[in-house]
Design a binder for this molecule. Structure first.
Ligand code: ZN
Length: 183
């Protein structure tokens, strides 16, 4: 890596000298990198940015992404992004999605495929939403036996063991052939 290579959280300039530009954030004192990339200090505009090697793979606010649930926490899920606006991405950027407001027992499980809308970038973290009707789980399995599930009103039912569970289902749940290949 060149001497301009930075990692997320690295200090790249003082906010007195430079404004936070693309792929950066300011912590009230320093401009810091929000992503891996090359430091780019524009001396004319006084804007500090990070040139990301896969710039096009970072979703923007309002983008619709499809990804794999990597972790489930009490009030959020972390999702590894596989598609941005329908286009595949290999950079494996993660976003997080708050689930506190959703009154469902298991909003999504690890390894579920979900579709989310990007709502903001904050301190280097990409935040997404799941509450709209088109958003939510596209593919999931039975939590008890790993069997195939079918939707039943607002719930899902396992065709193997008949376990009934809940997910925040997308209105597109069960559609689309690419998701059936993941069995
Ligand atoms: Zn089952």
């Amino acid at each position: 890596m060149s001497e301009n290579a930075v990692f997320p959280g690295d200090k790249i300039a003082s906010i007195e000298e430079y404004e936070a530009g693309y792929n950066t954030f300011d912590d009230g004192d320093m401009v810091r990198a929000a992503t891996v990339g090359q430091k780019d200090l524009d001396k004319t505009t006084r804007i500090a940015s990070i040139k990301h090697p896969k710039l096009l793979s970072i979703p923007k606010d309002g983008d619709i992404v499809i990804g794999t649930v990597a972790a489930v926490m009490s009030s959020m899920i972390a999702v590894s992004i596989d598609y941005i606006n329908g286009k595949p991405t290999t950079s494996k950027v993660e976003c997080i999605c708050g689930t506190r407001n959703i009154r469902i027992r298991n909003v999504a499980l690890v390894n579920d495929i979900v579709t989310l809308k990007i709502i903001s970038h904050l301190n280097g973290t990409i935040h997404a939403a799941i509450s709209e009707s088109g958003l939510g789980v596209l593919f999931t399995k039975c939590r008890k036996c790993g069997g195939k599930v079918v939707p039943m009103r607002d719930a899902i039912k396992c065709v193997e063991c008949s376990w009934i569970d809940e997910r925040k289902l997308s209105s597109d749940f069960g559609k689309g052939d690419i998701f059936n290949l993941r069995d």
